[in-house]
Structure formats: C-alpha cells, structure tokens
Design a protein around this ligand. Structure first.
Ligand SMILES: [Zn+2]
Length: 277
C-alpha cells in the first residue's frame, strides 16, 4: 500500500530500526525493491534521482506509484537530490509527496533559502521534506563533488537549519560519501551524536552503500533512521546483466528476472542490516 515517508519513518522509530531508501531507474528496480520489502515484511522507500525522472518522466512515476499501491507493505516514493524548484513542481504534478531538495551546493544561507522555498511548496501539498546540511563528496548519477569541496554537518547550525527550513528529516555529512568508498569508511560519530542531540527529526545517511554491519549498527544507535542505497543496487543490476550475457541468455524475461533477483538480494540484506542494532 502507498504510504508517506513520514509514516514509514514513524514506524522505524517505533521499532527502533532504520529504513532503506533504495534508488531505482526502471520497472525491474521498482519490482526488486518491493519484492525484497514484502519478503521481509517491512515498509520501504523507493527513491528516484531527477535523472531518472528526466528519462522516465510521468510513465515511470505512475508505474512506481501504482506498484506502491498494489504492494503488501507500506511503500513511499521519494524524489532524491532535487536541485531546482521546477523539478519539485514537476514531481508534485506527477503525484509525488516526498522530496529531498538539495541545496548543499550553496553556502549556508543559500541552502536555507533554497530548501525553505521548496519546503513551502511541498508542504502546501502535504508532502515530506528531507534537507541536507553540509556537502557530501563522491559521485551519484553523473554529479561529482570533489573531496576538497565536501563539508561536514556543523552541529551548531542544526537547530537554525531545521527551524528555518521546516524540514521533516535531515541528511547528515559525517564522513559518508556517495558512490564507492575509496578507503576504509571513517565516520565522525561524535559529530553524529551532537547532531542527534540538536534535533529530534529523523536523520538520514546518504552514501550508505558499502558500509560494514558494525558501522551501520553504530549509526542506528547514534540516531540514523534512513539509509540511502544506490551504488550497490546498480552494481547488482549490472552483475545480473553480465551473468545473463555469460550464460548466453537470449530470453529477455529471463535476463530481467535475473537482474531482479540480484537486486532483491541486496534489498533483503540491507533491510536485515538496518533491523539489527
Ligand atoms: Zn544522496
């Protein structure tokens, strides 16, 4: 059944677990995420990057919304990393209610203004808003932020950021990176605890692909309620494709099914990882 991101995060809070936000690009991705969640009987968030929206537009969103409606578990559809007001409006027109306006490219005041402006429109439509304070390095869907331009979340700015922007969830930068971790992940847990103390709204970690179990568990204990997963799902999809080629498969349904199986395995393992403190 279709659910709001807010309801799903409330459920996660009540169960003392975290929720996965899984980025998808097509029907196979949507199917893999929902099947994984149904297998684990847990709510889930399907996410799309604006690049997905640009390519699949209304048909892709309609498919995701209908798949959410038909699912046996609560599913919300979230638009990730939106960097313009136009895309927010487009998403609302497509029936979306959950957004991450990403103003992290701007300075602090610019980020506040962009996020607040988007939040006003989203909330006029009874939607859910995730904002980011700091700036994450790494690569996602064609956008790269170099390491030297990244900024960790300043716990002293959290209260002002949350109240000025009226966001419902806060994406934090505490050493997490988009894409592949080039060296062993080192998260600043002290900073995360200070952020947690500064606000009660759910905290989100982008760049959760590749974080080992013990770091994920510590993040949940430190107050992370949602992890975003993109890279590992993409890798699983491509692995399915390459295995299909290696096996000489020519039946497209079998190829697509193999990709779904590979992605679903990642979804299930992440859900289990996020349920374990
Ligand atoms: Zn992200």
């Amino acid at each position: 059944m279709f659910a709001t991101s807010s309801d799903i995060l409330k459920w996660a809070d009540s169960q003392h677990v975290a929720i996965g936000g899984f980025n998808v690009y097509n029907f196979e991705g949507i199917k893999a995420v929902i099947e994984g969640a149904e297998e684990e009987e847990t709510p889930i968030i399907i996410q799309m990057h604006p690049a997905s929206l640009q390519r699949g537009a209304k048909p892709l969103m309609a498919m995701a919304l209908e798949a959410a409606n038909l699912s046996k578990v609560p599913v919300s559809i979230h638009l990730d990393h939106v960097d313009s007001l136009e895309v927010v409006k487009e998403g609302i027109d497509f029936g979306l209610q959950s957004f991450m306006p990403d103003g992290s490219i701007h300075n602090y005041q610019g980020n506040v203004e962009f996020t607040r402006l988007c939040a006003r429109i989203i909330k006029d439509n009874e939607g859910f808003v995730e904002g980011e304070l700091g700036r994450l390095s790494g690569t996602e869907d064609g956008t790269t932020i170099e390491n030297y331009k990244s900024l960790l979340t300043d716990p002293l700015q959290v209260i002002d950021f949350v109240s000025s922007t009226t966001i419902d969830a806060l994406a934090v930068c505490v050493g997490n990176v988009h894409g592949k971790y080039l060296s062993e992940p080192k998260l600043d847990f002290q900073r995360l605890y200070r952020i947690r103390e500064a606000t009660e709204i759910p905290l989100v970690m982008h760049g959760a692909s590749g974080l080992p179990n013990e770091i994920i568990s510590e993040c949940i204990r430190a107050g992370i309620s949602k992890f975003n997963v993109n890279t590992e799902l993409r890798q699983a999809y491509i692995l399915g494709m390459s295995e299909a080629v290696d096996q000489g498969m020519s039946d497209l349904i079998s190829v697509m099914n193999l990709c779904i199986v590979k992605m679903r395995e990642v979804v299930v393992s992440k859900i289990r990882q996020y349920s374990f403190i």
